[in-house]
Each structure stands twice: as C-alpha cells, then as structure tokens.
Design a protein around this ligand. Structure first.
Ligand code: COA
Length: 161
C-alpha cells in the first residue's frame, strides 16, 4: 500500500538519482535547484514540506507541498487566496509509470496537506514549463483527482469546499 512519510537526509541520495532521470528532468529542470531546497529545508525553505512515497518498505516517489503565499514574491506570478497550497510529485522508477500510482500519489499529497492545514481552501499545480510544453500525463493525473484548468493562470486548481 502506498503511503507518505517525511523525507529524511538518508533519502537525498535516491531523490538525486530520481531527479537526474530524463523523464523527470524534462519537467523538473535542474536537479540541483530541488536538492538545494531539500538540503536547506530546515533553514531557508521551512515552508516546503517534502515527502517520500513508499510502497511497503520501498521508496518509490517524492512529493512536496507548500503554502503558495510563502513563496518569494517573484515566484508568485498569479495572486492566489491565502491558504492556497502548491504541490509537486514524481515517481522515481520509469517501470512504475502508467499503472495508476501517480493518481494515488496526487491523492495522498493532497490529503496530507489538508490534514496538516485545516484552513486550506485551494490546491494548485503547474504542469506547464517555461517554453510552453505541457505535461499531458501530469494533467490527466490532476484531472483524475478533481483538478481543473484555470484558463487565466494556466494552473490546475482544486478548490476545497
Ligand atoms: C506524472 C506522474 C506522477 C503520473 O503518474 P503515473 O503513475 O505515470 O500516471 P497514472 O498511471 O496514475 O495515470 C494518470 C493518468 O494519466 C494517463 N496516462 C498515464 N500514462 C500515460 C501516457 N503515457 N500517455 C497518455 N496518458 C497517460 C492515465 O490513463 C491516467 O488518466 P485517466 O485516469 O484519465 O485514465 C508520473 O508520470 C511521473 O512521475 N512523471 C515524471 C515527473 C512528472 O512529470 N511530475 C509532474 C510534474 S508537473
């Protein structure tokens, strides 16, 4: 059964390996940026909550959430209500793709942030990268979890009732 636990220092090596795979880096960009945030997670990036997804004892993925309004202002391109949370997620093994696990992962990280933030009113994700490429599989994963495209911001949004 898939579950989430907090990322520990011992996990950084495998997360680095995952991030450097082409099918991930094409959407996540330079691994060093993500690793920097992970290393500094208890200092500069306290607002990021990093998790490892485990299937039994086996780590199979990484995800994180953050309060959008805690991001540095230059990264808050579109104003969002307070208590809006952003999510990011990946599966670390290409052989696991396309089996419905990503849908579970998005469900779990969404549930986790709602459990930890009772006032959360919105979850957002951005499956578009700077040159305009869109991550179709990620979009389908979000849509299966109740996210919908906001045409103005181009973000995928799930409002919590
Ligand atoms: C995005 C990711 C987490 C999705 O996980 P996954 O386990 O591969 O996806 P799932 O099997 O749960 O499928 C999710 C949806 O995508 C569809 N899908 C899966 N693989 C697909 C493919 N190769 N082409 C088209 N659609 C596909 C599924 O049919 C499903 O949609 P449905 O419910 O409408 O049928 C995973 O592909 C991944 O880690 N990718 C690399 C990192 C990444 O892109 N992260 C997101 C950054 S925004």
């Amino acid at each position: 059964m898939l579950m989430l636990r907090m990322l520990e220092n011992e996990d950084i090596e495998i997360v680095e390996k995952w991030l450097n795979q082409e099918y991930i880096s094409k959407w996540f960009g330079d691994a060093s940026d993500w690793l920097h945030e992970i290393y500094e997670r208890n200092i500069t990036y306290k607002y990021l909550r990093h998790f490892i997804a485990q299937d039994g004892d086996k780590p199979i993925g990484f995800c994180q959430y953050y309060n959008y309004n805690d991001l540095p202002i230059e990264h808050r391109e579109i104003p969002q209500p307070t208590e809006t949370y952003g999510i990011d997620y990946l599966l670390g093994d290409e052989n696991l793709l396309g089996k419905g696990i990503g849908k579970q992962l998005v469900h779990l990280i969404s549930q986790k942030l709602l459990e930890e933030n009772a006032k959360a009113i919105r979850i957002i994700a951005d499956p578009t990268i700077e040159d305009g490429n869109i991550n179709i599989v990620s979009i389908k994963t979000l849509e299966a979890n109740g996210f919908r495209l906001d045409k103005e911001s181009r973000l995928y949004i799930k409002d919590i009732n």
